[in-house]
Design a protein around this ligand. Structure first.
Ligand code: CA
Ligand code: CA
Length: 433
């Protein structure tokens, strides 16, 4: 039997989705500047920082990815909609934007070029609505059946503040008949503000994104979004802090759901955001009930989120951190070694799903990190085997195999298949994909 092999490498967009899905989890409204019921927090004085309305550019693009959400299409128009665009095939959507329900119709009569109609004033009548049209981004045989369309910016009817431009959202559509997800719209929020804030001695670029596109910056994170995996969806607004000073927001380490407290370089700050997004204040926390998280591996780095606190825990050589009490989820995890040739392995899959309970003055031990064990899974299709490869950490958490060294991705690992006598049958390299 001829054995053909296709190396399959889980990374790239997979790792990104892990972050999206990991963060798109849980939420409950916590009063700003206060903390969970049992936790007393004493704040110092914060400095109010003015924020300006900005555009989501290349350096903020991960904020948009993290906040992107999907809306499923219906085959029939909801009752009450009128003057519908004439289309031999269409899907109907209701998007919650700027605090209002906005009806949208995607005309997929022609798979090569779809049209989107947006009833921005939300009255359900499409009279006078002009079409936005987009080419199918797919090519080859699949483009005969499936479509993916970037329709561009949809501007909301109302500005957040008088005298400002109403913010816009980016809308993409996909039509995959018979596939899971089917027809849907993907909405990327565009209501973004940024400014520079002081955290102790350092000044960092900070950004806010109206993740739920309600025109306000008030939606904090609660744990009840934990089961929304698989669908890009958020109900919270986002805070980004440029910890490493490169003027960009890194999706694994610098973007958080909005919570009452944020950790910056190991210190905690109360987050007070003006509802219209005009300003933000970070008040240093003087005292809060802290417990210890210990992972037993000095290379582990992770971003954790509870209903009251978000923090990127930088590898500190000890594998222990002090955290305000609460129940944390791990939004992303990675391994770094800054000694010698610095390397980094990104967590993959859903990071690890287990939640971590931190109690005041307690120590919570979680086993993570090294040693790593390689795991292969083989998927046979006729006489072709697709072999996936990833690394499991000591706690069963997944890492995308293939390290980044000093910012450069290592060559994908090689493989060799041998028979019982040790004779080489096949060899090659895995491919990133
Ligand atoms: Ca909002
Ligand atoms: Ca950065």
């Amino acid at each position: 039997m001829a054995l053909r092999l296709a190396g399959h490498w889980r990374h790239g967009s997979g790792a990104l989705m892990a972050a999206v899905v990991g963060i798109g989890v849980s939420m409950g409204v916590v009063p700003r500047g206060s903390c969970a019921q049992a936790t007393a927090v004493d704040f110092g004085l914060g400095e109010k920082v003015a924020l300006k309305q900005g555009q989501i550019g290349e350096k903020q693009r991960y904020l948009g990815y993290v906040a992107r959400r999907a809306i499923a299409g219906q085959e029939q128009a909801p009752s009450g909609w009128s003057n519908l665009p004439a289309a031999s095939e269409a899907r109907y959507f209701t998007a919650r934007l700027g605090g209002a329900d906005v009806p949208m119709v995607m005309d997929i009569s022609k798979i090569s070029r779809a049209k989107l109609y947006v009833d921005v004033d939300g009255d359900g009548s499409f009279s006078g609505v002009t079409a936005m049209s987009a080419e199918n981004r797919l090519s080859g045989p699949s483009a005969q059946r499936y479509g993916y369309y970037d329709f561009g910016d949809v501007r909301l009817a109302k500005a957040a503040r008088p005298g400002e431009q109403p913010p816009s959202v980016k809308v993409s559509g996909r039509h995959f008949p018979g596939e899971s997800g089917g027809s849907r719209l993907e909405i990327t929020p565009g209501n973004f503000r940024d400014g520079r804030a002081k955290f102790g001695e350092s000044t960092c670029l900070v950004g806010l994104l109206d993740g739920d596109s309600d025109g306000k910056f008030a939606a904090t994170y609660t744990a009840d979004m934990a089961d929304r995996r698989g669908e890009p969806a958020t109900g919270f607004d986002l805070l980004a802090v440029d910890l490493n000073g490169d003027q960009a927001f890194d999706h694994q380490t610098e973007i958080y759901p909005m919570t009452a407290l944020v950790g910056v370089h190991g210190k905690y700050y109360g987050v007070k955001v003006a509802e219209d997004g005009a300003s933000v204040e970070f008040a240093p926390v003087r005292s809060v009930g802290l417990g210890e998280l210990s992972v037993g591996s000095p290379q582990v780095e992770m971003t954790v989120v509870s209903e009251t606190c978000a923090h990127h825990l930088e590898a500190n050589g000890q594998g222990t951190w002090k955290l305000p009490e609460g129940t944390y989820r791990v939004a992303s995890n990675r391994l770094v070694d800054r000694k010698g040739g610095a390397w980094l392995l990104e967590g993959s899959g859903n990071g690890f799903a287990q939640s971590v309970q931190i109690q005041k003055d307690g120590t919570q031990k979680v086993t993570l990190g090294c040693p790593l064990t390689p795991k292969f899974d083989v998927d046979w299709n006729g006489d072709v085997a697709r072999i996936g490869f990833e690394l499991l950490g000591a706690g069963g958490e997944k890492y995308a195999a293939g390290a980044t060294r000093n910012g450069q991705r290592d060559k994908a690992p090689a493989f060799k298949i041998i028979d019982r006598e040790g004779k080489s049958l096949e060899s090659g390299n895995f491919e990133y994909g």
